[in-house]
Design a protein around this ligand. Structure first.
Ligand code: F6P
Length: 404
């Protein structure tokens, strides 16, 4: 960031960095009638992709470079996108033009114009953790940020990506966070980008499943993502009218589930849909994992619980049962209207936070209002389903009364 006053600039010797800063500021002064500070924003997306990320990048770029807003601000912005999340900032060689082109790209209004319509992330993502205690690359990260002339980093991600953003903030780099995760388990915000689209996918897929389940009089156990939080399963199950919803926050008893299923026998209903979160587990058992591999943030891959539940139900009740794992389909497709709106609001908020110098904070939605919270308060813990408020433990489903 250019900080020197005009007087200081005037004293600067020709040929020095200060001199060129003076020339720059003078031209900005002539162009805009007053002094402008120019900041370089680097925006990145980290962790699992999801619909809405491109919209957030678009709105960071659009509001940072907006001419109309620019004429009212005392600072102007340049925006660059970083390829593949933190990996891009670690692996880039700022002195090598090829590497620069691979890992960074200038963004402007024209480039991002249509981005909000598309899912995934056009910038790419990774689960790279520059602060991994087993492979700490934070010095390289700091060095690259300085060499690239980045003044502020906008990190769009979940608890892992924002945890790295907070570590960077503690090292003196200006950072701003935008909440994103289909799991919706980020503390400090009521909403994280990607969740609504994923709930819509679950609902649509279960709508499809009903016709085949009904035709064959079968039970279907549908596994959702969500890691240790049951929001996706709970909201997906509620929206699709699932008969039973199993979430990590309340370990289940298979006898009770079989009893609930058998209660339906003889009624007109010919089938049942169960939604089970990948992190759900039977009482006294651990979460099911697909491999013991641990990622850079210390996570194992969860999965396999739907097959277990389906086999157990069929074995115990003789009711024909199948299972389905929705897996990464939940992160696919185009963003829902709600995710586009949230991406827009959070993207705009991130630029406002930079202007207000609200660094080390995350844009957040609280009770329908956009605000911001310290990153410190959002990491190291998860927002889990409050089973007293939102879950019926007897029926293994969402609550059917809103009276507490
Ligand atoms: O955190 C988002 C999420 O989709 C989880 O729900 C899921 O457990 C995990 O990421 C899957 O990760 P990956 O894309 O690395 O398989």
């Amino acid at each position: 960031m250019l900080k020197a006053s005009r007087k200081q600039m005037a004293r600067a010797r020709q040929g020095t960095e200060e001199y060129y800063q003076f020339i720059y500021l003078t031209s900005e002064f002539i162009n805009h009638g007053r002094l402008l500070m120019k900041m370089k924003i680097a925006v990145l997306t980290g962790g699992g992709d999801c619909p809405g990320l491109n919209g957030a990048v678009k709105w960071v770029t659009k509001s940072a470079t907006d001419q109309w807003l620019g004429s009212k601000r005392s600072m102007s912005f340049e925006v660059i996108g970083i390829t593949d999340g933190w990996r891009g900032l670690v692996d880039v060689d700022p002195d090598d033009p090829k590497s620069l082109a691979k890992y960074t790209r200038p963004l402007d209004e024209e480039i991002v114009r249509t981005w909000d319509r598309y899912g995934g992330t056009n910038l790419g993502t990774s689960r790279t953790n520059p602060f991994n205690p087993k492979n700490d690359r934070s010095e390289i990260l700091l060095d690259n940020i300085k060499k690239l002339g980045i003044d502020v980093v906008v990190a769009i991600g979940g608890e892992d990506t924002l945890g790295a953003a907070y570590s960077l903030h503690k090292l003196g780099i200006k950072t701003v966070g935008i909440p994103k995760t289909i799991d919706n388990d980020l503390v400090g915000t009521d909403y994280s980008i990607g969740f609504d689209t994923a709930v819509n996918v679950i609902t649509e897929e279960i709508d499809r499943l009903r016709t085949t389940a009904g035709s064959h009089s079968r039970i279907f156990v549908v596994e959702t993502m969500g890691r240790h939080a049951g929001w996706l399963a709970l909201h997906g199950g509620e929206c699709s009218g699932a008969y039973i919803i199993l979430i990590p926050e309340h370990p289940f008893n298979l006898d009770e589930i079989c009893t609930l299923l058998q209660e339906r026998k003889g009624r007109e209903i010919r089938y049942a849909i169960l939604v089970v979160s990948e992190g759900a587990k039977p009482v006294g058992q651990k979460e099911f994992i697909t491999s013991s591999k641990i990622d850079e943030f210390g996570h194992v891959a969860l999965g396999g619980i739907a097959k277990f539940v389906a086999d157990e139900i069929e074995g115990r009740t003789s009711l024909e049962t199948r299972h389905l794992i929705l897996s990464h389909l939940q992160r696919g497709g185009t963003p829902s209207a709600h995710d586009r709106l949230m991406a827009r609001w959070f993207g705009i908020a991130a630029v406002d936070m930079i202007i207000n110098e609200d660094f080390g904070r995350m844009a957040s939605l609280q009770r329908g209002e956009i605000t911001s919270v310290p990153l410190k308060e959002c990491i190291g813990k998860l927002k889990l389903v409050d089973t007293v408020k939102y879950y019926d433990k007897e029926r293994y489903n969402g609550r059917r009364s809103i009276i507490s």
